[in-house]
Design a protein. Structure first.
Length: 96
């Protein structure tokens, strides 16, 4: 009987937890993007040794992750809370 209840409740609990920690992950990923982009655009003495090609790659990747995040947030905003999330915290953790 407990197993039957868990089959129904576990996905609900998981979606709830995802929804609760998603804003923190969005903020963390956005902060990481901003930090890397700022460091690549203004390397200064600390990152001056990095080649301009690598810096431009970092900026491109920042734009790509930022676009992915915006797209995923837009998709997530359209979904009701009882649907499987489009923006998973695990995906954001991988990109962070």
């Amino acid at each position: 009987k407990l197993e039957e209840l868990k089959k129904t409740s576990d996905p609900v609990v998981w979606r709830y937890k995802e929804d609760q920690i998603r804003p923190d992950w969005i903020a963390a990923l956005s902060g990481t993007i901003a930090n890397y982009k700022a460091a690549a655009e203004n390397p200064g003495d600390k990152y001056g040794h990095i080649s301009p090609d690598k810096l431009s790659q970092i900026i491109k990747e920042c734009h790509a992750v930022s676009a992915w995040l915006a797209d995923a947030q837009a998709k997530q905003a359209l979904l009701p809370k009882y649907e499987k999330p489009a923006l998973l915290c695990a995906d954001m953790e991988k990109k962070n």
